[in-house]
Design a protein around this ligand. Structure first.
Ligand code: ADP
Ligand code: ZN
Length: 217
């Protein structure tokens, strides 16, 4: 069973790898960031609560985030595995997942982490463009789409995320080091953690992760 968490700082390549891994292994890609952005676009109650927080780079409160993930993981399409991207981001979220996972027969059994130095993250985020329709990520220099401004996968119009500016990014990175990085010890302790060099080129990194997943399938 592939019940996977992807970890790493913002810009480490979680989203990029998640899209191809989810396709290849036939498991749903669950990105809490995408779910919040969708809720914001649809102006749902959750979206209205999250908007200012997400755009400034802050973390949405644990209770709201945990509830969202619990509901999503309970759906039938997660019965044969899932790829969580962006959750958990805090110790209380990890503890909630450790409790909920077994209760709904969806216990995490693999944690894939991408290491990446902060100077690389800064330049990746500054040049990042994303497809709001399918979640694919591009970079204006390093990972250009075939046609400028257009998603290779689905033809959607690429945009720059509101939180991909210098100020919000600084908040996100600080939050990562303070609140999320400690989770690596937490998962190291349970023997689930596998770390990769996030500066590896995306295709090679994909192959490395895919090999690990095949060995655990
Ligand atoms: P990143 O590229 O920084 O990894 P994401 O798309 O994963 O960005 O998340 C974007 C934003 O959504 C975060 O900065 C935060 O505001 C909110 N968010 C996503 N996941 C979580 C979470 N697990 N807990 C709290 N807030 C979250
Ligand atoms: Zn797309």
């Amino acid at each position: 069973m592939l019940n996977i968490i992807l970890m790493g700082p913002p810009g480490a390549g979680k989203g990029t790898q998640a899209v191809t891994i989810a396709d290849e292994f036939g498991i749903p890609h669950i990105s809490t960031g995408d779910m919040f952005r969708e809720a914001m676009a649809n102006k749902t109650e959750l979206g209205l609560k999250a908007k200012a927080i997400v755009e400034s780079g802050g973390l949405v409160p644990d209770d709201l985030t945990i509830e969202l993930v619990k509901e999503r993981l309970s759906r039938p399409d997660c019965a044969n595995g899932y790829l969580l991207d962006g959750f958990p981001r805090t110790i209380p979220q990890a503890e909630a997942l450790a409790k909920i996972g077994p209760e709904i027969d969806r216990a995490v059994n693999l944690v894939v982490n991408f290491d990446c130095p902060s100077d690389v993250l800064v330049s990746r985020i500054a040049g990042r463009r994303v497809c709001p329709k399918c979640g694919a990520s591009y970079h204006i220099v390093n990972m250009k789409p075939k046609v400028e401004g257009v998603c290779d996968r689905c033809g959607g119009d690429l945009i720059q995320r509101k939180d991909d500016n210098a100020d919000s990014f600084k908040v996100r990175l600080d939050n990562y080091y303070k609140q999320t990085q400690p989770l690596l010890d937490y998962y190291q302790g349970s023997g689930l953690l596998h770390s990769f060099d996030g500066t590896t080129n995306p295709k090679l990194l994909h192959d490395q992760v895919a090999d690990l997943l095949k060995a655990h399938r």
